[in-house]
Design a protein. Sequence first.
Lengths: 150, 659
Amino acid sequence: MHPIRKQRLVLVSLMVVLSSVAIGLVAFALRDNINLFYPPADVIAGKAPTDRTIRLGGMVVEGSIERSETELDTTFWVTDYEGSVAVRYSGILPDLFAEGEGVVAEGMLDAAGTLVATQVLAKHDENYMPPEVAAALEGKTAPAERTALP
Amino acid sequence: MIPELGHVALIIAFVLAMGLAVVPLWGTMRHDIAAMNMAPSLALGVTVFVGMAFALLATSFLQDDFSVAVVAANSNSLLPPIFKFSALWGNHEGSLLLWVLILSGWMTAVAYFSRGLPLEMVARVLSVMGMIAVGFLAFSLLTSNPFERLLPNTPLDGNDLNPLLQDPGLIIHPPLLYMGYVGLSVPFAFAIAALLGGRLDASWARWSRPWTNVAWGFLSLGIMLGSWWAYYELGWGGWWFWDPVENASFMPWLMGTALVHSLAATEKRGVFRSWTVLLAIFAFSLSLLGTFLVRSGVLTSVHAFASDPERGLFILIFLALVVGGSLLLYALRAPSVASRVSYTGVSRESLLMVNNLVFTVATIVVLLGTLFPLVMDAFSLGKYSVGPPYFNAVFVPLMALVMPFMTAGPLSRWREDSAKRWLHELLMPGVGVLVVALVLASLGRDGFNIWIALAVLLAGWVALGVIKDLWRRIASAPDGELKWRRLTPSFMGMTLAHLGFAAVVLGAVVVTQGNQERDLRMAVGDVEELGGYRFELLRLGQQAGPNYLAEQAVFEVTRDGQIIAGLVPEKRRYFASGQIMTEAAIDASLWRDLYIALGEPIGEDAWAVRLQYKPMVRWLWLGSLMIGLGALVTALDRRYRSQAVRKPVPTSGVAGLAG
């Protein structure tokens, strides 16, 4: 074969092999590793899957944080003012995690509808709100009786 | 008065940049030497006035002029002076000014160091950079004026700088990162200038190459510092989160890696010319995309300063213009004549091509993962997040794929080589590395670890090729004398960078596999064992800082009865914002880090504590440092200085083949 043609053949086959590997990897990785975001109202309405990791976002309900005296377990409620979901987390919470502030929790729902979180993300500074949380809260007001724990 | 002067300086810089974007380019079309000769002075003018604006804004910060909006929002009278200064770029408006300042610095450097290049080339390059400066100065002036005043409602004191950013890492991380980000505009400008002039030859590649290497080196250093900062400042002990904003800087780096290697082939052999131009366009486009992602507030990140749709739109339009315009130009002007330089499947060219393919694919998969949530959201298909497992699953195999080729790369010959020679050179050392890898990986506490074995194998394999090549260079003289002078800066830089890459891979895998972490409640007197070390909480205390009050926990770390370190992690409360910050305590060494961070207090005398044992985590940053410095060293090579000749030098018959 002519050297240049041979060269092209090698190049093209390399590209084909590599892109198929890449596409395979991407498809495989995307299947299991993307998490969908749900506001609390959707979780209560049963729209969130219970067999895979989800992200839950909203505001931490005032007065709902309960810390264990002896362990690192914490439970709190997250609300979007239309519903609240309990979150259980064992570990160290971020510095800016606080009542009445925005939060995103990642984990799986258990049978009782509590989110068992593997990761809790809070905002990074005073003025900042995670976009998902901001969108979830948009247009929803916070009447006092609805923020109360169910 | 000072802010107004700054604003005026910025406007003058904008006008000068417009001149720079138009006049020299017009000169190249009309062959007007005077117009082309104006380019360096205009570039210098832009730099002087942007520098003035920057200095004046810095003055406002240092003088606590809270009538200036960005100062009021990001500084505080209690802030130590050095942080008042770095607060300048701890916000959207100021960091944009830094962006422009660094861009103009690069322009001036190009003007100064390219005096030996053909006048038309210099004029085109500087004009293209002038256009970029126009875009960003307009962005700054129209949507994010750093000199906006809060009059008459001037606050008495400022809101303070985000405590996360009150750290020495922030003083140098953004400037270094921007040096890299913005520096990629230089190879971009060279590529566009070459397309405009229709000259795409080896001398073009040789002019562009040192700039590319330097920019890429700075980008490496900037990313390294960011990772290091996140490690000690965020209190989780992680060093890479695949956060969209990290990806925003990582994608230009990946593309830049391909570009640096492709340029080598173009310079030495005249191959991959169109491809190299395309890479230069993409690398800079990705750094613009990064700017868009970070500045538009579409992302959830520590770097997302402001969510202002107007700003996002501006950058998106600018991005579309740059990418669209340069691709159009590429389509019209890319060399139509295929390269007549041939090479065989077994040659250095092929190996460089493997590098290019892998790094391009890596860029694409990272891009996919980064943009996927944005695209889904834009089409209202749900709010997704793509986490580290995706990136690890696609990225790690790609890196593992490229490493076996990295060994043969430096050893191989241009044009034609033989697999038999590679085998001869590398068989015995390869077997040696394999044995070492198997032995080392079995020594761990938990028995044989396949991932560590693979990492040692691949990293050792890369290091080996590099060292063998080094030895071959200095020892191959027949009289047995060591020829140190054969080690050119470009070779030394490559060696250093490849060794650094091996170190990063090894560090990344070992710390991921061998990391030990425990979150627990500890009271005074409690003792915990981790990684063979004994952590004892001695006492709790308080300590006042200049603008915060810290709760401290004093730990003593011992091993076999010997004191290793006293570690004092803190929980700080900043006065101005009331924000709480974790300050981790780290005992660092080459082989392991011990890391303690405080959570929240539990009960009266106890704290939630995170203890971590992180083996070889330093190798990550040490390796990245080697990569960055290696890239900078290559630019010192003498052959780049010999470009101080008016006429382009035809190199080994390649220039004659220019399309």
